[in-house]
Design a binder for this molecule. Structure first.
Ligand SMILES: Cc1ncc(COP(=O)(O)O)c(C=O)c1O
Length: 384
């Protein structure tokens, strides 16, 4: 094949994501894959049965651009009952092709060339490329191990006339930490009187432990009015492959979001939307999700408590960080490779989530796995 040699990449520093790299390496070396964040157990069989039902019933054409209204209505009710805020399902909720599309759409709708966007490293890897492709400038502030808390004084100092957006993520991937009510009040303080828009990535909103309350920005009216809140059915229903998520925002922000959404995807999978709407009307299984994953977290950390790894139990998400400083002084990327190839267990080195590749000797392990997978993983980790 001939190719243009004048092509200049718009994202010269972006390669294949670490998740694809580690998952492939895990498969090549028959390693237990605790790297990429997805369950190795199936979703409730009722969900695919419902999709089939709606396909057979002829729901096989385009959905409305913003998503089917019954699904948006049930999400409006959920948002009201959990967080006490009213969003109009007609104008303020849009169903997307996963949270990833929602994040890209929200950034594209708001960011112009030269705008600055504050993100907190270690950060989920889709934020920065979306900012850069829109001509924005990513301002990386660092969360320090092991607490990974936000330094609000630093945020205040980073804000200037070009700051157009702040992206937060709670519960947080990759660290498993959560923001507190005090953090949200600080966010309110630093954004007061500015025209900063917030993207609040809340895809793990239901996976929170030890009786902690999820601090959605929706709970804080002064934040909600400037926020696009993004969530994902993939995380909540053990169905990451369905790639369905949603965005909730006040009408003026949502109008801009939809202008981009309609040309990026127009709409997303119709039968799956019907299935989710019916399922959510019947069951509130997401209320049990915190307990479900807390048991997995507890099982995993109990099994590895006598290993040489150090850890603070995750407060949310299905990721547990393990510090290996007593085992090796290798770089975390090298150590993750060695664990995969030599010991048969794959993880994600946390430095890849930092712009400056800050190496705290920490690896991220996904515990959204069957009991037997966690046992096999722990058997290896206790022998390393
Ligand atoms: C913090 C965070 N945001 C967004 C996403 C993307 O979610 P989706 O699979 O629905 O696109 C993920 C997935 O791992 C994530 O961890």
């Amino acid at each position: 094949m001939h190719y243009l040699n004048s092509l200049t990449s718009k994202l010269p520093n972006v390669g294949t994501t670490i998740f694809s790299v580690m998952s492939k390496l895990a498969a090549d070396h028959h390693a237990i894959n605790l790297s990429q964040g997805f369950p190795d157990f199936d979703c409730d069989p009722e969900l695919p049965a419902l999709v089939y039902k709606y396909m057979q019933a002829g729901h096989n054409q385009y959905a409305p651009m913003a998503g089917i209204i019954s699904l948006r209505e049930v999400l409006a009710e959920k948002t009201q009952s959990l967080y006490g805020a009213n969003y109009d399902p007609e104008q303020e909720i849009t169903i997307t092709a996963g949270a990833t599309q929602a994040i890209y759409t929200a950034i594209t709708a708001i960011i112009r060339a030269g705008d600055e966007v504050i993100i907190f490293d270690p950060a989920y890897d889709s934020y920065e490329p979306a900012i850069e492709l829109n001509g924005g400038k990513t301002i990386h502030l660092q969360l320090q191990a092991p607490a990974y808390t936000i330094d609000w004084q630093q945020v205040k100092q980073a804000i200037n006339l070009h700051t157009r957006m702040i992206i937060i993520n709670t519960p947080h991937n990759p660290t498993g930490t959560v923001l507190s009510a005090a953090d949200l009040i600080k966010l309110e303080e630093v954004t007061k009187g500015t025209d900063i828009v917030i993207i609040s990535d809340e895809v793990y909103e239901h996976i929170i432990f030890d009786g902690l309350q999820h601090q959605s920005v929706v709970r804080y009216p002064a934040l909600a009015e400037r926020s696009l809140i993004i969530s994902s059915f993939g995380k909540t229903f053990h169905a990451t492959g369905w790639k369905i998520g949603y965005c909730v925002a006040p009408q003026n922000l949502m109008a801009e979001f939809r202008k981009v959404h309609q040309f990026l995807v127009f709409c997303t999978n119709t039968p799956a939307q019907f299935a989710l709407a019916e399922y959510l009307t019947q069951k509130s299984h997401y209320l049990e999700l915190g307990n479900f994953y807390q048991q997995k977290r507890d099982y995993f950390i109990e099994l590895i408590k006598d290993s040489k790894f150090e850890f603070v139990p995750a407060a949310g998400t299905y990721f547990q960080l393990l510090n290996y400083q007593h085992l090796s002084d290798e770089k975390d990327t090298d150590y993750a490779l060695r664990l995969t190839k030599g010991f048969g267990i794959a993880s994600i080195p946390v430095s890849v989530f930092y712009q400056q590749q800050l190496d705290n000797k920490v690896l991220r392990f996904c515990f959204a796995k069957k009991q037997e997978t966690l046992e096999k993983a722990a058997a290896i980790l206790t022998k390393v």
